[in-house]
Design a protein around this ligand. Sequence first.
Ligand code: UD1
Length: 420
Amino acid sequence: MDSLLIKGGIPLHGEVTISGAKNAVLPIMAATLLTGDPCVIRRVPDLSDVRFMGQILTSLGATVAFDGDSVRIQAAKIKPHGDYELIRKMRGSICILGPLIGRQHRAKVSMPGGCVIGARPIDLHLKGLRALGVKFTMSEGYVCARAPRLMGTELFLGGRSGPTVLGTANVMMAATLADGVTVIESAACEPEVTDLAKFLVAMGAKIEGAGSPTITITGVKELHGAEHEVVPDRIEAATFAIAAAATKGEVKLLGARPEHLHAVLDKLREAGVKIERNGNSLTVKRTGQVKPVDITTLPYAGFPTDVQAQMMSLMLLAPGISIITERVFESRFMHVPELGRLGADVAIEGPSAIVKGGKPLSGAPVMASDLRASAALVIAGMVAKGSTQVNRIYHLDRGYEKIDAKLAALGARIQRVKGE
Ligand code: UD1
């Protein structure tokens, strides 16, 4: 397995272009199943999760052709069966359920896998789809769905930890081809949901309110092919912003969409980081000491859970105490013991991590446990004294396009070591 070898202590300088958002492109690729016409998606990041989704769509009978950073998908005829092993590998694969049900009124997919970040149930997806008239049975690890007719209705999708992003995507996609009007209350407001809605509207769907907690979908008879450019990845942008701040560098993020980053930028400013906005680009710079800040992760527009681990790496540098509370995914603190190997002093108390920052960090071999935890380890490695080897980086390759090359272009001493 490949690993990354990082030499710490070098500030990042220069410009980096933000790629298309992983969490937007996956449901958008799935949405192409709603029509037999060809669809073209642009600004597609080169990620293993994206290639997986391509394979899943191919296994369902679609033709998928990648060409640079765009992909052309045509699902002229599809099977309701997904490949069990492929779907199991990736959490994002659950978003094929809504389109399969919308188009064919039946589906059989394996329970999804993905990052090990606490319990990741799909009860809300099923609840929302049941409200549209879908009947589910579970057998041998498969979710089997049947719906003689899909009927628009009013439904509430809020859960114990707030709304569900992919659950909202699934219900919205199925409802585009339902009879009548569907109103989703407590819908996820993430920009990736809005981007999916934009693509669906380009396909002929009638959707209002995406980006707010109430989404109204008026069913149409059929959807047609469309072209779409994926929204830039706010999590990648946040990760590079934090890396620039952590290494005491200055980095310009090109195409970062600052309006999707308010919560992160607010906390970075509070921590003493300078941020300048020029249109769609952001310059992030740190000259002084990092100040401790308290953070609570929340659904959008709150602080994203997908940036919690990276922010913890920055807080390791702030003399004093920062309290980081995780409200979206329980036990999403797998990076804490690994950061400890570098000298971090972090204690977990229920849903909170108490970071005693300002302790010296020194390089060590560490193990990446999930996608964002891996990014946190890379950031910590870039500030630790000496060399850090981040093992199991296939997690990083799932969600960050060419992260090693992008960081190297900013001056980081980072090298991919090929494993067996
Ligand atoms: C998506 C993102 C992921 C991000 C997460 C939260 C993709 C591919 N992944 O994941 O990167 O961390 O949003 O911003 O877009 N829940 C239930 N029942 C359900 C579904 C979810 O209880 O049926 C809970 C989850 O356990 C969690 C919370 O709801 O506590 C939010 O999860 P959700 O928004 O569904 O995450 P994903 O859509 O899977």
